[in-house]
Design a binder for this molecule. Sequence first.
Ligand code: NAP
Length: 256
Amino acid sequence: MSGLLAGHLAVVTGGASGIGRAIAKGYAEQGAHVVILDMNLEGAGDVGKEILDAGGEAWSFKLDVTDRQQCRDLANQIEEKIGNTSILVNNAGINRRNAFTANADDVIQDWEDIIGINLSGVFNVTHAFVDQLRSTKGRIVNIGSIQSFLHVRTPNSPAYTTSKHGVLGFTKALAAELGKDGVRVNAIGPGLIETPLNENARSNNQELIQTFMDHTLLARTGKPEDVVGPAVFLASDLAAYVTGGIVMADGGYRAI
Ligand code: NAP
């Protein structure tokens, strides 16, 4: 298949839903062979089937990104059975909004889960695939957030804000270390994108949604497909001299 990503093998975590699903499909449309990893194996399989039905190549596996050994085992299995990964998208993530001063048990559980998935999960998966990515002079795309920078308008999510600041820091640290190996590492900062992640907030927290909209220059919420262009760009040779950066896909939220 031709396309900007022809000849690449792309691994997308959290690829069963929302932004990851859109990126997996967008990469396949650009000619990449795609491996979809997710806790939700059935959803991952559905996305794989959509790609196969459209004439692409896809595989799906169950993965909990918090399980470091499972990440290693799966990376080895993919290398043996499919080939060397050349694009890694660290997308799996969760969000919960509880103030730091809310119920202690809730706040502690949020911290464990959100840091475990959004930040340590990115470490675990990247560590498992780094040898493959070095061998292919690959590309890593980490999904950050507007909360990689801003938090005053969206209080009550200290764990999520910390995790997404960490994702941006990790992106820069790895870009600095892996640049000499020809591996590029970048992030994307989505704004409010309509996915199951924020379904509850969109239904029940109009005040929060209004805060987002008051600062979104394009005056609309984003769709998962709005993140695909930046993700294709960063993974492709169009971005051959781009590393250690973040491309915002936020409708202009960060500009004001
Ligand atoms: P989503 O629709 O909920 O998709 C996230 C996927 O990740 C789900 O399939 C989920 O599976 C999976 N997942 C959760 N925990 C996992 C784990 N431990 N191991 C493997 N997979 C796991 O959310 P989304 O909105 O597309 O979010 C994708 C990324 O974009 C996240 O990193 C999020 O922080 C980031 N982001 C989203 C927005 C937004 O407005 N939507 C904005 C900025 C950044 P289950 O459904 O089974 O839990």
